[in-house]
Design a protein around this ligand. Sequence first.
Ligand SMILES: C[S@@+](CC[C@H](N)C(=O)[O-])C[C@H]1O[C@@H](n2cnc3c(N)ncnc32)[C@H](O)[C@@H]1O
Length: 305
Amino acid sequence: MSANQYVLEMEDDVLSRVPFSRSARDTKLGKAFIACRDNVEFTRDLADESMKLIVTSPPYNIGKKYERRTPLERYLSEQAKIIAECVRVLHPRGSICWQVGNHITAEREVVPLDVVLYPLFKQHGLFLRNRIVWHFEHGLHCTTRLSGRYETILWFTKSDDYTFNLDPIRVPSKYPQKKHFKGPRAGQISGNPLGKNPGDVWVIPNVKANHCEKTEHPCQFPVELVERLVLGLSDKGDNVFDPYMGVGSALIAAVRHERNGYGCDVVERYVQIAASRLELQSKGLLRTRPMDKPVYDPRLRNGGH
Ligand SMILES: C[S@@+](CC[C@H](N)C(=O)[O-])C[C@H]1O[C@@H](n2cnc3c(N)ncnc32)[C@H](O)[C@@H]1O
């Protein structure tokens, strides 16, 4: 079955399950469809305008174990190919979230990948809605420059009419009891009782050794980061796609919130881990860091937990 047929058939057949086998190129697990394939090839099989949310983190071309360092121009031309395919399969009301950090050149110069990738999205006429800063505390301790402690998510939409659900992603207000002090609503609570807009700076722990989601993948998404995007930028029943799936964190967030997840990766071992994590998720046994858990604060008793 091609992934394209799968888009058409999924609605009627979401509960059937094909067990993962090492030789399977395309595997269906409940509401998730995963494959050990190159992403341009995989995406070509997907129907036009079928994906409401495409959320991904490509290799940064810094020599991680799943990538080969290439000249920046070549890296960008490879990115341009998959971005073009993603734009084709993006729903008219859909969003693309491209999460990146820095590329480091041979001369140890820092190249912010969002800056060099931005034109590749703009050439397709996409609209940037936010450049989200993801801040975390753990990572390499640099000795010749300041240690990097944030990455970014470029959130683009295909049009001016796009899915955006603020209520499910509100966070607790700092002063929930604050009241209007004058005017016709004086004395009434001024903020939204459901909480406030999470803003465009997200403080979410990255997945390092002590994180409960850690697998052997060197740079996984924290599931809670993708959950916020899934809840905010898609609706139940929508299709969510990660063309650089890794160990399936984006698909886990998607199926957990009753969306259909699609993903591919070229490393078979990662696809296998994604399959087992999705299986645990379907049984309610996958441990992830809850979205509402406060970040550990050493100044507070018990880290504030
Ligand atoms: C930054 S990691 C993404 C990790 C993922 N967000 C997760 O939570 O596990 C990038 C992934 O892209 C995969 N990859 C690299 N080139 C690819 C290609 N052409 N097609 C599909 N996957 C690719 C790598 O194997 C790696 O797992």
